[in-house]
Ligand binder design. Sequence first.
Ligand code: DC
Length: 218
Amino acid sequence: MITIDGPSGAGKTTVSKRLAEVLGMVRLDTGAMYRACALAAERAGVPWDDAARLGELARGMELSFRNAGGARRVFLGDEDVTESIRTPGMSMGASAVSAHGPVREALVAKQREMGRDGGVVLEGRDTGTVVFPDAEAKFFLDAAAAVRALRRHSETGSSGGQTFEEVFRDVLRRDAHDSTRRHSPLKIADGAIYIDSTTLSVDEVVEAMRRRIHGHAG
Ligand code: DC
């Protein structure tokens, strides 16, 4: 079990995909689950601040990850929502719904179930602190906020036509929200290895992680 936590734009998605590939493991994007919950809530007319109803929705949500055309797609029931959950609106929605205890309880239970057999690279905000605190390798991936905003802005699709300033503002807002919330705030897990990717390439980060993982395995 490997966990990678860190703020938005630190490179968790790219790095966890590559790491899962080279190690022959499965990747679990926990952020996608909070995004899917925000989308399901919007569709059901449940406000993003209604903790009790959101918890119920998260518990009953038919969420799955399926492989299609070599990519991992996110499904709500039979609908492929991979693209619909990646808008700037759903980024803010995910940050809002993820602050509620009942939502976290429901999704953490699903994540533990999905990762039960091991061989999984999890990425998120609390995968090493709460979901699998006993994981064999835990990483906290970070980068300077301006660099994270720049990465988000240059990713086709994920900035939704926003200017760099707007993306930067959203990154700072989400950082503040995700790390100051009461339930499972973003923080470095006990025993986690801290990697600052500000000046590192994807290959360099993956290599640094591989060295630590193999070092751990002896
Ligand atoms: O990694 P991401 O941008 O897809 O995550 C979207 C939001 O979901 C993020 O603002 C915080 C929340 N999240 C969380 O609270 N816990 C996780 N394990 C993963 C994501």
